[in-house]
Design a protein around this ligand. Structure first.
Ligand SMILES: [Fe+2]
Length: 342
């Protein structure tokens, strides 16, 4: 559903008191909305999954599952988090409003309803929701392009899917914030989206690329940036798309950034990207073992290409997973940058 939809928006009214429920239903029906009703928290959740409402009018005080709990569940679910929730509270119930904000509620109304106020708030939130959905759809188009790029590139296989899982796990290990983890995961999907603009003759070439072809290939990060630029939701993803080929010592591209000039999430992503590429089968090479891959990563770090501290954290992370433990000593290698820092 988006802002071009002509169907009337669907509002779910949740209240265990039939009388106040009917008042809201009557007002909203007159305003032209399709109205669904639920008389408890659990029936509200059921109704949301079946009816996909555009907005929920949610009573706070209900037996068993109260409104806050319902709202928390909806806001944690990827499928329902964009549905605006208006809490119905008693007049001047400050405590309930604070809890409502914490639960992720979008707005508040007091009983008895002011008809005009109810209509105005509902209208504004429904419009906002549909705009958000348009944005979400635009993001989805990018993901589709990224998948198309991946399927066109015979070298990657299901690289992106694995990267997303690894990003989520390493992001959690690094205690990244929720938005950072989201950006890292989205970046994993979208980092090579700019390859959509690279001609087949270069992208699909089986032999080595000549200098001119490399120049063309390097453009993919700039093309990717341009593709993502217009989308506000991609703001945190763009640094990954643009800088995932920079190197710690400034020998990367496109801007030869050095050290911490490279956006942090791009540094994190690079390590995941390289590790996954090394441990995966490709048409031209077999997958390396975990130890072999970490050795290559450490060697690259000692050449100056990666952030030594972050690589050490990544090795610790791999060691902490269910995969058999390895240690730097066990690998017979050491990260020189780390030793230098003591
Ligand atoms: Fe790339």
């Amino acid at each position: 559903m988006n802002s071009f939809d002509l169907a009337p928006p669907k509002i779910l009214v949740v209240d265990d008191h039939p009388a106040s429920r009917m008042t809201a239903v009557a007002i909203l029906s007159v305003e032209g909305y399709e109205v669904l009703e639920a008389d408890s928290g659990s029936s509200a959740l059921e109704s949301v999954s079946q009816g996909q409402p555009d907005l929920i009018l949610l009573d706070v005080m209900m037996p068993e599952m109260d409104g806050f709990e319902v709202c928390c569940q909806l806001k944690q679910d990827e499928q329902t988090r964009l549905i605006p929730v208006i809490f119905i509270t008693a007049l001047n119930d400050r405590q309930a409003r604070i809890r409502g904000i914490e639960a992720g509620g979008d707005d508040f109304l007091s009983k008895p309803f002011d008809r005009l106020e109810l209509a105005a708030r509902v209208k504004s939130l429904v419009r906002q929701k549909r705009l958000n959905e348009d944005l979400d759809h635009a993001s989805q188009v990018l993901f589709s392009i990224a998948r198309a790029v991946e399927s066109r590139d015979p070298n990657t296989g299901d690289h992106c899917e694995r990267l997303v899982n690894l990003s989520d796990a390493f992001g959690g290990y690094l205690n990244l914030s929720r938005p950072q983890r989201r950006d890292l995961m989205w970046g994993s999907y979208l980092h090579d989206i700019g390859k959509v603009g690279i001609p087949d003759a270069v992208l699909l070439k089986t032999g080595k690329l000549n200098p001119k072809e490399w120049e063309v290939m390097r453009q993919h990060v700039l093309i990717g940036e341009r593709i993502c630029q217009p989308l506000r939701t991609m703001r945190g993803v763009i640094p990954i798309v643009l800088h995932h080929h920079e190197r710690w010592d400034g020998s990367g591209y496109p801007y030869q950034l050095v050290g911490e000039q490279i956006p942090y999430l791009a540094q994190v992503f690079q390590i995941i990207d390289i590790y996954d590429a090394l441990t995966s089968d490709r048409p031209y090479k077999r997958a390396l073992s975990q130890e072999e891959a970490l050795k290559v990563l450490v060697a690259e770090t000692n050449r100056g290409w990666r952030n030594p501290e972050l690589v050490q954290q990544f090795i610790n992370f791999i060691n902490s997973t269910a995969i058999p433990a390895t240690s730097l000593e066990g690998l017979g290698v050491r990260i020189e940058g780390l030793r230098a820092r003591g």
